[in-house]
Design a protein around this ligand. Structure first.
Ligand SMILES: *[C@@H]1O[C@H](CO)[C@@H](O)[C@H](O)[C@H]1NC(C)=O
Ligand SMILES: *[C@@H]1O[C@H](CO)[C@@H](O)[C@H](O)[C@H]1NC(C)=O
Length: 365
């Protein structure tokens, strides 16, 4: 047997060992980062954020991330709570694509489409801890080796996700990917559900949001992009100026709330752009999100129903909101979208910066 074959056998064994059902609760570990008033808990299961504790305007600490009641609930999670999602986050229409003349068929896990990397995406595997540093600049780096053919995708892919606390109340998340032997689409996303008023404060409908995107990628009735763009002007999707999340939610024609990708303005020629601001007037907690990616998916937790959370919380629709910076959905099937193809020798990097404060951001009241 050749070395390559041995390696492949090893990789597929390793992969099958990570499948649903065979992960035991004891395999899932929790890590904590602390700096000043802020503390972050993450797990190696899906390189997932479990909690983020921040002060409010009175210095009272509160947890602004939705989390399951118990670690084992992450194993059968269908909401992607806090997870690192991949190999290709968001939807791939028809669960297929063609790359370099080869047609790839993927498992369909949402109707006829592939959602968030397939049946067992990166959010459902155990990642390795590469670096864990608790002093000065607290940081943790997870790594995962995705094998050729995993969930139908081509080539081995080495992925890392790093969480770092630094400065005054800032969190950075950096996701990197390296294609080891074949070109592949990649779109890695953090799927935290935020509730700046506190994870058990009810819902986010009274929180204010500003999104720096004057266009959205239009979708069909199955939320697959048509390839066309639309201006947000004069629609309930217009968050160019701050709006209360719930103020126009009933005017949306599709689904039970927001679930749409915004094209972040001014991405060309600038490395890091501001994607969005969230502000909760009651606690006066504010969050700014910056990224190097061209899109941000705004999702208002539309399908949460009786989800058992920590501290006895029961999450219902709109208990949290997601602002997932990303490449555009279904990019692999839309040549007019920025390319998501990562080839050997040309690495992928997704930079996210979250700046927290306790005062009304400019333009909010
Ligand atoms: C997850 O779901 C599978 C299949 O429904 C079930 O067999 C398994 O016990 C569940 N695991 C946990 C930890 O709930
Ligand atoms: C999936 O595709 C088939 C064949 O085109 C179609 O009949 C079916 O309605 C589709 N299912 C969904 C959920 O869209």
């Amino acid at each position: 047997m050749t070395k390559t074959l041995l390696l492949l056998c090893f990789l597929s064994l390793a992969a099958s060992g990570f499948a649903h059902g065979s992960i035991k609760k004891g395999d899932i570990k929790v890590f904590e980062l602390k700096k000043g008033d802020i503390s972050l808990k993450v797990t190696n299961y899906g390189a997932t954020i479990l909690s983020l504790i921040l002060p409010d305007k009175n210095g009272k600490l509160g947890d602004v991330i939705l989390e399951y009641r118990s670690l084992k609930d992450y194993i059968n999670d269908t909401s992607y709570f806090g997870a690192t999602v991949g190999r290709v986050a968001n939807r791939i229409g028809g669960a297929q694509f063609t790359l370099n003349g080869i047609h790839y068929k993927l498992p369909a896990n949402e109707g006829n489409n592939t959602l968030h990397g397939g049946k067992i995406g990166f959010s459902d595997v155990i990642w390795k801890v590469k670096k864990y540093q608790r002093e000065s600049k607290p940081s943790i780096t997870f790594t995962y080796h995705s094998f050729n053919g995993e969930e139908g995708f081509p080539g081995d892919l080495l992925v890392t996700a790093s969480y770092t606390l630094y400065g005054k109340n800032q969190l950075s998340i950096i996701m990197k990917a390296k294609a080891l032997n074949k070109a592949t689409p990649v779109n890695l996303v953090n799927h935290a559900y935020w509730s700046l008023g506190g994870h058990n404060s009810g819902n986010i409908l009274n929180e204010q949001v500003q999104i720096f995107g004057s266009k959205i990628t239009l979708v069909d009735s199955h939320l697959i992009p048509t390839g066309k763009f639309a201006s947000v002007k004069g629609t309930p999707y217009d968050f160019l100026k701050p709006h209360v999340v719930g103020s126009r939610i009933n005017q949306l024609s599709q689904s039970k709330g927001y679930d749409i990708n915004y094209v972040i303005d001014g991405v060309k020629g600038k490395k890091i752009n501001r994607a969005a601001i969230v502000y909760d007037k009651k606690s006066e907690r504010a969050m700014e999100i910056w990224t190097n990616k061209p899109g941000v998916q705004f999702y208002t937790g539309n399908y949460l129903e009786n989800v058992k959370g920590k501290d006895g919380a029961v999450y219902q629709a709109h208990a949290g909101l997601c602002l997932e910076t990303q490449d555009f959905p279904d990019s692999v099937n839309h040549p007019n979208f920025p390319s998501t193809i990562v080839s050997p020798g040309k690495d992928y990097k997704h930079y996210m910066l979250f700046k927290f404060s306790t005062e009304a951001p400019h333009g909010f009241s």
